[in-house]
Ligand binder design. Sequence first.
Ligand code: ZN
Length: 255
Amino acid sequence: MTRRMAARMGRREALVGLGAGAVAVGLPLVEAGAADAPSKKNRLKVIVAGAHPDDPESAAGGTMARYSDLGHDVVCLYLTRGEAGMKGKTHEEAAKIRTAEAEKACEILKARALFAGQVDGSTEVNATRYDEFFKLLNAEKPDVVFTHWPVDSHRDHRVTSLLVYDAWLKSGKKFALFYFEVDAGAQTQMFRPTHFVDITDTEERKRKACYAHTDAPSFYPSYHELMNRFRGLECGRKYAEAFVHHYAGAPGALP
Ligand SMILES: [Zn+2]
């Protein structure tokens, strides 16, 4: 654990730095309440990077709500604006609708929306894209970054994962890197969590944020409701979100 991270962890220890296969439930970084709100110096910058509007929310919405409730800065970074995701709509129309939905979801989670400018269904990994993404991410100076687990049936999800991983390497592994899951079993596969965050208290807000997206009925009840319940069963809570922590980076601090 670096001194900087330790200083930012607040009064209660976050569960971090566990060995491969270890499983733990995160505890709040600091206790709730105004008196415990982190000072500007101790505030974490948390980025949740997903390929499409709805990915960060459905993967880690409960965790984002916990971070923002604790006074940390939370950013939803969307690689695309979901241009190809609405039947009967042009890319331009879909991007407009899905951008507005993403912004509404972020409002519910008290997060800020940021768009990386690639196009849904046509995302690219090449030297230019790596550099462009690194610049964007590095400018945010994140302490903790979450992104897609790379074994995923959706190309855009895999692209996002690689871009984040490359930026993490290029940053000198400066920030904590966590992988998340979406549509577990159907999209994300072979995912074996190292850490869990209890989202029992924030599941309702996560759900609301997901339902800011018109396509939520097609993914929330059949995938994410089940996923959160299943991960909850694994760690003895009602609802949980699960992550894989890259052991070679900063330890991170889960809420
Ligand atoms: Zn997606």
